[in-house]
Ligand binder design. Structure first.
Ligand code: DC
Length: 228
């Protein structure tokens, strides 16, 4: 594909957005940006600095001190830094997931992240995944995908993923936390998770990762050719 294009992949937690977006970016030779990792880094910063996560004004007041940077390792994997510190692993802890969900409700945090994300994407073909990519970050994206799956399927996948990493959380707890995050993400005032009007909804409950990737790649090719 020739011209610069952008693909927005939004959807609830655990739908497989990151795996799909990463694979699609690789197939199309585009840059991949996992925007959730950036909110996670902000959440980690607030945890490290003892900022109460139920205090939106304290989070907003501390936001200017957060130095989130995104880099890419030799293997092309996205790394996230807080200042000079690589926090790519630390941001995956369960308490950071909840912290990310809290900080992402604060408008000052969102404004900062959206500006950073647009800056990173500028001039590149990009595949971005998040919650507000099609509605806010890239409103003119070449293709917008809203990736969904039932809460039970998403919780089962997350549970399997955690088990593979030796983290044995009960399935019920994983499901409960996922439903709680869905609730926060869809009901917050600032850029709630919702399908953009011009997004294509892909329900991947019954699909393999490869099938979803093929579906999105084919939609992307059609969209890029349609706009050429
Ligand atoms: O995709 P994730 O689970 O790593 O995202 C972590 C949190 O960040 C999640 O609760 C929602 C929030 N988020 C957001 O509000 N907007 C984005 N573009 C990406 C993530």
């Amino acid at each position: 594909m020739q011209n610069v294009f952008s693909i927005a992949i939004d959807g609830p937690s655990g739908a497989g957005k990151s795996s799909v977006a990463r694979a699609v970016a690789e197939k199309l030779g585009a840059m991949y940006l996992d925007t959730g990792a950036m909110y996670r880094a902000v959440g980690l910063y607030m945890l490290k600095n003892g900022v109460p996560l139920n205090d939106a004004s304290a989070i907003a007041a501390n936001c200017p001190g957060v130095d989130v940077r995104v880099g890419y390792g030799k293997d092309g994997q996205q790394c996230v830094y807080l200042g000079e510190e690589d926090v790519s692993k630390a941001i995956r802890a369960a308490e950071v997931s909840l912290a990310a969900s809290s900080v992402s409700t604060v408008p000052a945090v969102r404004e900062r992240m959206v500006a950073l994300q647009r800056g990173i994407a500028q001039g590149h073909s990009v595949v971005m995944d998040g919650r507000d990519i099609g509605t806010k970050v890239l409103p003119d994206a070449t293709l917008k995908v809203f990736l969904t799956a039932s809460a039970e399927v998403r919780a089962r996948r997350r549970y399997d993923e955690l088990s593979c990493k030796g983290m044995h959380e009960p399935y019920e707890k994983v499901l409960e936390e996922l439903i709680r995050r869905d609730e926060v993400d869809t009901h917050r005032e600032a850029s709630p998770l919702r399908k953009a009007e011009d997004a294509v909804e892909v329900d991947c409950s019954q699909m393999t990762l490869e099938e979803v990737v093929e579906t999105v790649v084919s939609l992307a090719r059609q969209a890029v050719e349609g706009k050429a």
